[in-house]
Design a protein around this ligand. Structure first.
Ligand code: ADQ
Length: 493
């Protein structure tokens, strides 16, 4: 067991040079576009970091199949560019929907982002969430039988219960969890009807990683209030409960820095950004890039722009704001609502201020290839990254790596990224007039963030997403399990 937080030095995952065994578990399949005879696969943002980790090790990736790639993978056909095993676990549609659209995205997601009013409380969804977690655990247990030394790394809020099931199945491997979303304050967390079950299950992991120190401390407080007052005093990184130790640390996620810097330098990217810039005749460009999700604060941001144009008529016809929003979770009702709300607001602002030669807001409601995204970053004078709540927010870091030197990042103080990126222009995303003022300030003071940007770019070079993954896995390796014989069966679920 680690008694104090070890230094997170640049260490290779496998110091000995020997391949290590790893089982990665996530809701999503790491690869998409799998088609018979297809030459390429696509691997998105975060998964690309985990994909690289998996490629370097003797790895198996277990995931909840949404059916898209199931037949292909089950056919045993080789997946191009992949040297690890893919294990899809399929569920009847009703179960999958209740687990994914229901419990995961209509309860945990809104609640952990401080939107209790958007939560749907359904006992049936909970039952199916348990079913999926248990079934995933059974699949992992089968694999772990032959790999007792493999580390098991579970990703995110969809699969919080897996370690508890694994322990009940007698799996003694080291198990880690990384939570990609915030862990909320106790007053929010206690709203969850299954708070006790969820927390007890999270204490079955050997290591639980969060993005920020605040989330670690929120977790501690919930453990104190719901599991045992003396278990997690402030400042402790190890929670001992019923003979099992759970280590809890902050591992702020980062981005694939070199990949982004290379794209930023690439001739083809410059060509794209030149073409884009030529299409927009206004002198100033603002940018928003998000998944279309109510947590991202797109509607509040548009209100701030509306106010900005109202208060600053001299900028009408001079500033174009481009909002790129990739569609997301369209089967969850709240996401349809936000799409309509954003579309209406864009139309209203354009109708009110625009004319034949100027559209104040350009709304691009689709996924944009990453290189093109970088070209948008390059032409912006400022980005408004103003989520109402966000675990970290990778776009903020991506923008800092590819923006022009005089451009500014206006960042929500309620994003985890705010803890990781001091010195930028911070706003409260609910404070519309503050955001409107901040837009004016960054336009009128180009270059105000140039020094702080340089230091963040250096920081991101030293600590990229690969380092993030290495840190998590080396800490999981260092932990000595205090209950090697696996935990006694406890009725938590
Ligand atoms: P997300 O909520 O998806 O992630 P974020 O961290 O911003 O949020 O990552 C989004 C990714 O999608 C970025 O890499 C971005 O470039 C890309 N993207 C966004 N819009 C796009 C578009 N229109 N086209 C193409 N790509 C687009 C969750 C948590 C975050 C946490 C991450 C990682 O909610 O808080 O930072 O996981 O842990």
């Amino acid at each position: 067991m680690l008694k104090s937080k070890p230094s997170l030095s640049r260490r290779k995952i496998n110091n000995s040079g020997a391949e290590q065994e790893l089982i990665i578990v996530s809701n999503r399949c790491p690869v998409s576009n799998l088609r018979k005879g297809a030459e390429s696969i696509s691997i998105g943002g975060l998964t690309s970091a985990l994909h690289q980790v998996a490629m370097e090790q003797d790895a198996t990736w277990v995931f909840v199949s949404d059916n898209a790639n199931y037949e292909y993978i089950k056919s045993g056909e080789e997946v191009p560019g992949i040297n690890y095993n893919l294990v899809p676990v399929k569920f009847p549609e009703k179960v999958y929907k209740a687990y994914y659209n229901g419990y995961s995205n209509s309860l945990i997601w809104p609640l952990f982002h401080y939107f209790p009013d958007k939560c749907l409380f359904s006992d049936q969804d909970w039952e199916h969430y348990k079913t999926v977690n248990e079934e995933i655990a059974k699949n992992i247990a089968e694999i772990a039988k032959a790999k007792p030394n493999a580390k098991i790394w579970i990703q995110d809020y969809h699969l919080l219960l897996v370690a508890d099931y694994l322990r009940k199945l007698g799996v003694g491997n080291k198990i880690g969890l990384f939570l990609h979303i915030p862990f909320p304050t106790y007053e929010i967390f206690r709203i969850l009807p299954q708070r006790q079950e969820l927390l007890n299950a999270m204490l079955c992991y050997d290591l639980v990683g969060f993005h920020t120190k605040s989330y670690v401390s929120n977790f501690r407080r919930s453990v104190r209030r719901l599991v045992g007052q003396s278990l997690a005093p402030a400042g402790t990184y190890v929670i001992e409960n019923e003979g099992h130790s759970t280590h809890i640390y902050d591992f702020p996620i980062s981005v694939d820095t070199q990949y982004i810097l290379d794209l930023n330098e690439a001739e083809a990217t410059h060509k794209l950004s030149k073409d884009l810039r030529e299409k927009i005749r206004q002198p100033y460009i603002g940018l928003g890039v998000d998944r279309l999700d109510y947590t991202k604060g797109i509607a509040h941001r548009l209100k701030a722009l509306d106010l900005f144009f109202k208060l600053n008529p001299k900028y009408r016809g001079k500033l174009t704001f481009i909002q790129i929003a990739v569609p997301s979770r369209s089967q969850v009702g709240e996401y349809d609502k936000i799409k309509n709300e954003v579309e209406e607001m864009v139309a209203r602002i354009n109708g009110q201020y625009g004319d034949l030669s100027w559209q104040p807001v350009i709304f691009i409601n689709r996924s944009v290839p990453f290189q093109k995204l970088v070209s948008y970053f390059q032409i912006a004078d400022f980005a408004l990254i103003t989520p109402l709540r966000d675990g970290m927010n990778l776009v903020a870091k991506e923008f800092l790596l590819s923006k022009k030197p005089e451009a500014s990042l206006i960042l929500s103080e309620l994003a985890g990224a705010a803890e990781a990126l001091p010195g930028l222009d911070f706003v409260n995303p609910y404070n519309i007039s503050q955001m409107a003022e901040c837009i004016k300030d960054v336009i009128e003071n180009p270059g105000k963030q140039s020094e702080v940007t340089l230091s963040h770019v250096e920081g991101l070079k030293n600590y990229d997403v690969h380092q993030w993954a290495r840190n998590f896995l080396s800490m999981l390796s260092e932990i000595e399990r205090s209950d090697e014989s696996t935990r006694p069966v406890r009725q938590t679920i």
